[in-house]
Design a protein around this ligand. Structure first.
Ligand SMILES: [Mg+2]
Length: 177
């Protein structure tokens, strides 16, 4: 059975939509998700790196119910992938305090998973046991070696990254793998 690892932020959960709402509120700004055209947010916005992660922590702590899925029917899509014979592993790097709410969020949207892996340190995702990884972060895909496969989930901040296997919707996985 092949393991399909799926990233959480910006692949299942559209975290940046709420991140931007919070940023706009704090800075009295008016930016859109499509304005974040660099992986390094501090390159496109006037904000310190610490505050970037502080907002992430805050929204997962206080506003997690407002975080929408990236696309409709993520529950059905993940279940279908499982029924096609994939072991579904949610693989997410994050701060310890958000773990409980992440689990609640996955239940709220009935995301199917066979395991849930939280990475607290800097161990590269490529070293985890999976056959296929879907992620929006180029840095997580770059070290993946064959026979493992890295699939890039399109977001405004990765459009310039040249990568062979890219999807715009998780449901496209059913045609690809
Ligand atoms: Mg991500």
């Amino acid at each position: 059975m092949k393991t399909l690892a799926i990233d959480l932020d910006s692949v299942l959960a559209d975290t940046m939509l709420i991140w931007i709402q919070e940023y706009n509120k704090r800075k009295k700004a008016d930016i859109l998700k499509s304005d974040i055209v660099s992986w390094d947010i501090s390159q496109v916005l006037d904000i310190a790196v610490e505050e970037i992660s502080q907002i992430f922590t805050d929204i997962w702590q206080r506003h997690w119910r407002k975080i929408p899925p990236t696309e409709p029917n993520i529950g059905v899509t993940t279940k279908k992938l499982h029924e096609r014979g994939f072991r579904i592993s949610i693989l997410t790097k994050r701060f310890r305090p958000s773990v409980v709410n992440v689990a609640k969020w996955l239940d709220l949207y009935e995301v199917y998973s066979d395991d849930l892996l939280f990475i607290y340190d800097d161990r590269p995702k490529a070293e985890y046991p999976f056959d296929i990884l879907v992620d929006d972060a180029p840095v997580n895909l770059m070290n993946i070696k064959q026979p493992k496969l890295g699939i890039l989930y399109s977001q405004p901040w990765n459009m310039d990254f040249i990568w062979a296997t890219r999807i715009d919707k998780l449901s496209q996985l059913n045609l690809l793998i």
